[in-house]
Design a protein around this ligand. Structure first.
Ligand SMILES: [Zn+2]
Length: 84
């Protein structure tokens, strides 16, 4: 008795931490690869050029935004659905 007790909680904790971290990274990559709406011509043609640089394929408008999304607002909305 008590043999499996020793490793159980530690192993489970490690697994959980790694899994959530991988999930966050996958979500960031998903956001970075998405096509966003252009603030100038409103066409869904904005793609990430590099970290923080976004360019509209339709009108050629280039602007600086968030590292993974053109506006940091998106992240706020996802995290806080109810804003007071
Ligand atoms: Zn545009």
């Amino acid at each position: 008795m008590g043999k499996t007790k020793k490793l159980g909680p530690v192993a489970r904790f490690r697994e959980r931490g790694g899994a959530s971290l991988r999930k966050v990274r996958a979500e960031i990559e998903r956001l970075a690869k998405q096509v966003y709406e252009c603030p100038k011509c409103e066409a869904r043609a904005v793609k990430r050029q590099s970290v923080g640089i976004w360019k509209c394929k339709k009108c050629g408008y280039t602007f600086a935004g968030g590292a993974y999304t053109p506006t940091t607002k998106i992240g706020v909305i996802v995290k806080k659905p109810k804003e007071t």
